[in-house]
Write a protein of this length. Sequence first.
Length: 337
Amino acid sequence: MSSKPILFSGMAPSADSLQIGNYIGALLQWKEMQQANDAIFCVVDLHAITVPQDPAGLPDHTRRTAAQYIAAGIDPTMSILFVQSHVSAHTELAWILNTITGFGEASRMTQFKDKAAKQGTEAASLGLFAYPTLMAADILLYDTNVVPVGDDQKQHIELTRDLANRFNSRFGETFVIPEAIIMKETARIYDLQNPESKMSKTSASDSGVVWMMDEPSKTAKKIRSAVTDDDREIRFDRGAKPGVSNLLTILSAFTGTSVELLEQRFAGRGYGDLKGEVADAVVSTFEPIRSRALELLDDPSELDRILAVNAERAEAIAQPMLAKVYDRVGLLPRVRR
Ligand code: AQP
């Protein structure tokens, strides 16, 4: 690696396609940041199994997520793009971090409370509870300087920093303290049918989610059916006009035009025009990404080869860090015969 800052980020393979929020909130930024940083992008499959999931679908979800990273512009020869479970140091470091994490501080993580509430708190797993320490391990293994995340992840990065500082002061200087790069609230995309809720891969209903891997005609139809309001004015107002504001955010992200300029351009025009332009912008961006991802998925052994090469690159950094951590906490090294 060079002298550039080290960047780490990831997404969970929790569906067979990424959605438009993942693209705007993560992939688009990752693609821009991979030039100025030594970037490491992970498909965090071990995070995906912290909630109920279908084991038969997971390998496919994992390959499809990796293919979509590449198709959207992540270069797996420049950046490192790998699957979390392929590098065992992640779970091994997570265990060490669990031993220095307070039960009380882990209990304060709001994402756990939200995700646990979705499935009934009694049914929530210990794995879901320990999600933040696995995430801290993902980040700390690579001497990460920057972690681009949505603002919902801010608390997890704070915990990661606390754990790194705690470990360093208890066992000696070991970890780099990472900084969060918090994506702007304007980069948050809401469900098209329920514009008060965040768009999610695992939304209860499919009708408000725009998938990167959907057929263009399906995508256009969904956008044309987006919920708006009874008013006729095209202006950004998240509180009063969540649907229209969401469409403006999407169009702004896909065209690089500011929301203010879009408001001026659409003055006096109807919602149909706005939806039409959003649909055109999304379809023309997603269509080549979808085709490229399908091409990559047509040759799974080549995709697996890329992931294997990248797992080796990741392991070459992670394994020495884990060995250092084991040494610092006093674990007796295994002698290889
Ligand atoms: N609606 C969104 N708007 C902006 N950014 C979003 N991200 C997700 N949804 C939106 C960003 O995409 C990345 C995905 O991270 P993840 O897969 O680990 O989990 P997530 O944030 O919980 O994403 P989903 O799509 O909602 O997945 P599920 O349904 O599995 O929980 C993050 O960088 C996130 O900020």
